[in-house]
Ligand binder design. Structure first.
Ligand code: PEP
Ligand code: MG
Length: 570
């Protein structure tokens, strides 16, 4: 039996064969060929095989419920393999250099992709990655080594990866992956957030022990404690099986809370809403009793599509979520391309430190076409429900004013075009930096509500990279982070502006008393955690909240918060 310990990032017990994901393929060797017509025929056959494979992938994705717009990525990769310039360059190269097709496809694919990336257009840069991927598929067929990819997964596999990019994480198929293990990462890296939103038990930060895991071997995973066991003995199997049964029972008892209000014993009411990354998640959020969408991370619409989405595509995505949520508020965040997601914009990812690079709002204001497309899609969708627009990583009140002006211009423009639009669209400001906390009163005067993103706030307050292994979610319980949250809530409430907390700590039930004590108006989290938080809040008394505040803020005596002064236990 081999026992490893990492950091649990999504609770749940799983049992399946281990599958190691190795996305990097070795470069094909420089091999000369003498029969050029035969080599060209081999090339044609490989391209045809990959086109068939891409078609099958698209069909499978559609069957699995992928939005038809997103599935177009497979068609665009097919189109790249039909591109006359690309094909002519590969053929000419084979004829001139007499090198094997795999080597030529690899180098020509890279050269074409570099040219696209060099044009400085994010859309074309994303197309470059599609081209590289399509070329790699052809190389793999020519080398007769399909290599590792999600399509080779055995049934109900435990997927082990060094780390996954957000777009790779979006490709995880819950029907095939029963658990997810990472050498690095942290519970707050976007790969973990996405795995959590898919409900896949996840363990991160296994470190060098990760190398001991053997492919194909039976592996049991406890995503709560971070335990990973290969070839489990009878005792471990029995223990984890019991845990699985307990979880099923707990889930069952949580279901009795559906439809009941999230209100403490002393009458403090907190709205519990969901964080989502893809439109289809909205319906799942309702199953978990979400009172709205507190955070829709729209950058994933760009990343999954691998290019610049059109206004119609974005409109359809927002309309789907708004229709699903009815009158419940849906806070759609403008795309946030920071930290690991910066790769979408070469101008940010090429900076020495993208986490301190151009902030998402400045980036959008510097790309007025992209901002305009976003705002038009949002305003057009606004009539289908209760829409709010959320601004990421704000530090400058002037930027909030500028976006508000743009939003109003777009709204008036659409009315002039004869379209129906909502009378009012609320604007929310994310508080994710120390600067935003210090000026929360000023930002509150510019906003209809504030939303505290504790993943980034902890990163910038504690100078601690959110993607790094050493960082556990518990950093969000550091008194500096909790004092910053309390300060921002106090400042916003003094301006009569409500506050949502939407970082990963929003589902930490050990903080329920703290959140109720400071009077947080809303907590937005992974949908599957909503009922657990509701159970925790409903059990709280005023005294529990005072104790929680003392503990959380590391103070001898709980500071006074209006919600505690006004409400005593019944
Ligand atoms: C946060 O930073 O806490 C947040 C909610 O935004 P994201 O995790 O998408 O950066
Ligand atoms: Mg953030």
């Amino acid at each position: 039996m081999l026992e490893l310990h990492g950091i649990g990032a999504c609770a749940g017990v799983a049992d399946g064969p281990l599958f190691r994901y190795r996305p990097k393929r070795t470069k094909p060797r420089r091999r000369t060929v003498s029969d050029i017509p035969a080599e060209l025929a081999r090339l044609d056959a490989a391209i045809a095989a990959v086109k068939t494979e891409l078609g099958a992938l698209r069909d499978r994705a559609l069957e699995a419920g992928m939005n038809p717009g997103d599935a177009k990525i497979f068609e665009s990769q097919t189109a790249m393999l039909e591109d006359e310039d690309f094909l002519a360059a590969v053929r000419d190269n084979i004829q001139e250099t007499k090198l094997c097709a795999e080597r030529v496809v690899d180098t020509t694919g890279e050269a074409f992709a570099d040219t696209l990336r060099g044009l400085g257009d994010p859309y074309l840069a994303a197309r470059a990655d599609d081209l590289t991927d399509a070329a790699k598929r052809v190389v793999a067929v020519l080398c007769d080594q399909p290599g590792a990819s999600f399509r080779d997964l055995p049934a109900r596999a435990v997927l082990a990866a060094e780390t996954l990019t957000p777009s790779e994480a979006l490709g995880l198929d819950k029907s095939k992956v029963c658990a997810f293990l990472m050498r690095g990462g942290s519970p707050e890296s976007h790969a973990s957030i996405l795995a959590r939103s898919l409900g896949i038990p996840t363990v991160t930060a296994l470190g060098d022990e990760f190398d001991k895991l053997e492919d194909g071997v039976r592996t049991m995973v406890d995503g709560e404690t971070g335990l990973v066991v290969q070839c489990p003995d009878q005792g471990t199997m029995a223990l984890l099986a019991q845990k699985l049964v307990r979880r099923v029972r707990e889930d069952h008892s949580l279901q009795t809370l559906r439809g009941k209000p999230c209100i403490s014993k002393h009458g403090v009411r907190i709205r519990l809403t969901a964080n989502i990354a893809m439109p289809a998640e909205a319906k799942r959020a309702l199953v978990h009793d979400a009172e709205g969408i507190g955070l829709f991370r729209t950058e994933f619409l760009y990343m999954e599509r691998g290019g610049k989405p059109t206004e119609d595509y974005l409109f359809t995505a927002y309309q789907e979520v708004l229709l699903a949520m009815g009158t419940r508020r849906v806070a759609v965040r403008l795309p946030d391309f920071s930290t690991e997601k910066a790769s979408y914009f070469p101008e940010v990812s090429s900076e020495a430190n993208p986490a301190l690079g151009m902030r998402p709002l400045s980036l959008l204001l510097a790309h007025p076409d992209m901002l305009n497309t976003q705002l038009r899609a949002l305003v057009r969708a606004s009539i289908y429900g209760n829409l709010a627009v959320l601004l990421p990583m704000v530090v400058d009140p002037q930027e909030v004013r500028e976006v508000r002006e743009r939003l109003e211009e777009v709204r008036r423009g659409l009315i002039d075009e004869g379209r129906n639009v909502a009378q009012k669209i609320e604007l929310g400001v994310m508080i994710e930096t120390p600067a935003a906390v210090m000026t929360a009163d000023i930002l509150a005067r510019e906003a209809d509500f504030l939303c505290i993103g504790t993943n980034d706030l902890a990163q910038y307050l504690l100078v601690c990279d959110r993607t790094q292994t050493a960082r556990a979610t518990s950093v969000q319980r550091h008194p500096a982070v909790l004092r910053a949250i309390a300060q921002a809530v106090r400042s916003a409430h003094a301006e009569n502006v409500p506050v949502c907390i939407c970082g990963e700590c929003a589902c930490d039930i050990s903080l329920a008393g703290f959140f109720a004590g400071i009077g947080a108006d809303e907590l937005s989290m992974t949908p599957s955690e909503i009922l657990k938080m509701k159970q925790a809040v409903r059990a709280l008394s005023a005294q529990d909240c005072r104790n929680a505040l003392e503990r959380a803020l590391d103070l001898a005596e709980a500071p006074e918060f209006p919600v505690l002064e006004n409400k005593e236990d019944a």
